[in-house]
Design a binder for this molecule. Structure first.
Ligand SMILES: [Zn+2]
Length: 503
């Protein structure tokens, strides 16, 4: 197949042969199946045989003149992944859109929801280029940071409403909040809902005492990000977090260290109040987008810092950004030790119980990465997110549903993407190994395996990412990223060194 950077296709007809299908709808794997795509639309999904029995060619969909066949015999095919929480690079990180897009696409991420970027015009320009296939990019949904582009603070409900209308007019899909006074949140969410747009919120501590996740859900927020605001909604014997009296929010060691003690201040799992909050959120059709991975360094800094992909795929500027700093956001390990990590492990347990139970009672949980901070690398971190959903108690099929159909539904795009269904867009992930057995096979660096002959090998890594009917060689994309990183390193004579180590 053509290895051109811009992918192969779309084709008047594309037949993907012989796959094991893992659909995003919770169905078990099924195969062998042939999938017929015309341009960017799925036209036919046909079971063509039985396990262990040779497939009869005569019973398979026939290739039309000018069509393209992709032999994926025995490989696993999934719907394209939806990453519900991304930032398209960033100045501080020195990560270009090209770099992050290729890392996402190399990991099967075909749709991203950008929750806050430099501005809606900038993002929509990238979206247009992606939609026109001028660049390699996932489809982009954009939520503008509340207030972006305004020349004055949105200090009244009227100003908030006017900004929301302007944001919609510019073509944004929604708003990303970080919290605001109650009257501003109410007005903005109300106006946004009237316009039919979506919304996301990271309930930052500065406003959470008066407006937590429950207030947001009641006012029509569609998805909550991370977890802040949820323990606060679950408080029973306090109304603010137990801040030490010398706490300063602008000191990120304070901020993250104390956050690690927050869940245990909330109502106990399955207590009356805990159940009541969970059930009310369920009743409001509220979506949880936990982004477990982005906090993982808090419970195991060494793991995040030493991830094997940093050497080849992390840009020097990004590595610099991750280093402990009083300035860079998320670089909070000024003095991070056993005490902080153990507290965070306990924090995770309580958080995961809530998220898993929310799923069990029918709630929508999605997969989001928030990469580019805290040693979490684009694409790789998304796979880690899937692993953490597994740790929270999700069956691998529930994880795939979170990563695909749930994301699509939370975006209001359930009729277009999120499952392999006739009539939907042709967005797929193809991998040679079974990701249900080991999610690690989705990492670009693959999974480690010992062969019968006692040889250590790598297996997996996404093979093809197909978006809009265009086939991308996922490993070629990853190589292009490595080249970018190598070039940067050569230019700067740079070597990745661990914090505090000087050569
Ligand atoms: Zn974020």
């Amino acid at each position: 197949m053509a290895q051109s950077a811009l992918g192969d296709g779309p084709h008047s007809q594309l037949i993907i042969r012989g796959v094991m299908l893992i659909n995003g709808n919770g169905a078990p794997p099924q195969g062998p199946i042939d999938i017929v795509v015309e341009n960017n639309i799925i036209k036919k999904i046909e079971v063509v045989g039985y396990p262990g029995v040779a497939i009869k060619d005569s019973s398979r969909p026939q290739l039309k003149p000018g069509g393209k066949e992709l032999d994926c015999t025995g490989m696993y095919l999934l719907p394209g992944f939806v990453d519900m929480h991304v930032h398209i690079g960033g100045k501080a990180q020195g990560a270009s859109p090209e770099y992050v897009f290729k890392l996402w696409m190399a990991h099967g991420v075909t749709t991203v929801r950008e929750v806050g970027g430099p501005g809606v015009e900038w993002t929509l320009d990238l979206r247009k280029k992606g939609d026109n296939h001028e660049i390699v990019a996932p489809r982009i949904i954009t939520h503008t940071f509340f207030g972006t582009g305004s020349d004055k603070p949105l200090s009244t409900p009227e100003l908030a409403r006017a900004w929301v209308r302007e944001n919609a007019k510019k073509g944004a899909d929604g708003i990303k909040f970080l919290g605001a006074p109650p009257e501003i949140m109410s007005a903005a969410l109300d106006e946004n809902k009237k316009l039919g747009l979506h919304s996301s919120c990271h309930h930052a501590q500065l406003n959470v005492a008066r407006w937590n996740v429950l207030h947001s859900a009641r006012a029509g927020l569609t998805t909550m990000e991370h977890w802040y605001g949820l323990p606060e909604a679950l408080f029973e014997d306090r109304t603010v977090q137990d801040y030490p009296l010398d706490y300063n929010y602008n000191n990120e060691q304070h901020r993250f260290e104390e956050a690690g003690r927050l869940w245990k201040q909330a109502a106990k799992p399955y207590s009356e109040h805990w159940n009541a909050v969970l059930d009310e959120l369920l009743g409001l059709d509220f979506t949880l987008d936990p982004t477990f991975n982005i906090y993982e360094a808090s419970r195991d800094l060494h793991r995040a810092r030493r991830a094997e992909w940093h050497e080849d795929y992390t840009l020097p500027s990004l590595w610099d950004f991750y280093q402990p700093s009083k300035i860079s956001h998320g670089s909070y390990w000024h003095d991070w030790g056993t005490e902080q990590e153990v507290a965070w492990r306990e924090n995770y347990k309580l958080w995961m119980i809530f998220v898993n139970e929310y799923k069990n009672r029918g709630g929508r949980v999605t997969a989001g990465s928030d990469s580019g901070f805290i040693f979490q690398l684009y694409g790789f971190a998304y796979v880690r997110e899937l692993e953490l959903l597994r740790e929270a108690g999700f069956h691998p099929l529930e994880i795939i549903r979170s990563a695909t159909l749930n994301g699509a539904e939370a975006l209001g795009m359930g009729d277009k993407i999120g499952s392999v269904t006739v009539g939907k867009l042709a967005d797929f992930v193809v991998v040679e190994e079974n990701p249900l057995k080991n999610l690690k096979v989705l990492y670009g660096t693959g999974a480690v395996k010992l062969t019968e002959d006692n040889e250590v090998v790598r297996v997996g890594g996404v093979k093809y990412t197909i978006k809009d009917g265009i086939i991308y060689d996922a490993k070629a994309l990853l190589n292009e990223v490595k080249d970018m990183v190598d070039t940067e390193k050569k230019k700067l004579n740079y070597k990745i060194l661990q914090p505090g180590i000087k050569e």
